[in-house]
Ligand binder design. Sequence first.
Ligand code: MSS
Length: 366
Amino acid sequence: APAARPLPGYAGFKNADAVIVHSSTTIETRRSAFGSSVVTPTSQLYVRNNLPTPPESIVADRDAWAVQIDGVNRPRQLSLRELKTMGLETVTMVLQCSGNGRGFFPSKPSGTQWTVGAAGCVVWSGVPVRDVVKALGGMAGGMLYMTGTGGEVLPAGLDPKSVLVERSVPLSAMEDALLAWEMNGEPVPLAHGGPLRLIVPGYTGVNNIKYIKQLAFTAKESEAHIMSHGYRISPPGSKGDPSQPSVQEMSVKSWINSPIPEDGNRAAGLVQIQGVAFGGMHAIKGVEVSIDGGKSWKQARLVGPDMGRYAWRQFVLPAQLPKGTYQLASRATDVRGNVQPETRGENQSGYNNTSWADHAVTVTVA
Ligand code: MSS
């Protein structure tokens, strides 16, 4: 086996045994490392950076970090110190890369070959965006989008629009959005967007802008390439363009984390089949588990605390498994009745894979 890549400096605090380092900007949580405790420890949460990580110096004096708020009646710059006086809320949210599950597309779309580990369930604390808007006199008229801009220093000599990390989401997403300075009980580490990150619950990873330097209410979507052409659901064989849907709301999905082939053979007998399930925008209603590749299903039990509709739930199905080979699959349903589909939605870049068949595992019990 090739030697594992070392952790990049900005992610040196990660648990090297719990992650797969794909590149200096992409780190995936191992399927075997998700555990059964709902919240994903920061030390094993995935990382996806579209640009080099900003220098550590931006987290040296966190309270001094400033974000420009535009598209409100009194636009101005606010420091993190000021934001902390304006409001406080906590939301537990599944942070999931739009490309999570890309590795299961037979077409092998270009990009990181994530399987299940470009996702985690994270507790975020910060000020509700709607409180900030209120404090600045309300939103200016005619605005349709909330547009967040990342604070990276852009590589010189390039058209800024081609590299800038800037994303627009519909105004409806503002309702539960936060400007967050804390995650999992600690100041947000630089690797995950500290000192300040935009959190858009229910929306795919890319919409959650790290080291946010500008939050604007706008009449139009951002013209940055990452918005206009990147992260679009393009038909296979075509290029992204602004007419195609952008990756936004997540939909219902689940997968099994134990038993899995990576953990070696299980002893025959009672096995606790377990995994995670989330609805994206809506809470999970139930999860079914199959041991025969989807021919028959049994209702699993939801385990542990319910951290709200944007969080994931652990599920378990106890099963007596005699010696043999089993195809284990899980299929989640949200409270709106949306059922996780059998097949992926084909698209050029391998986004939004929620197929239960793709996420099934073949396990041998000896
Ligand atoms: N932000 C910024 N500023 N930059 C970058 O690069 N990326 C994205 C988000 N945000 C970025 C941002 C992505 S793309 C993702 S996923 C996320 O983030 C991740 O996170 P973490 O913390 O995990 O790293 Mo895909 O859809």
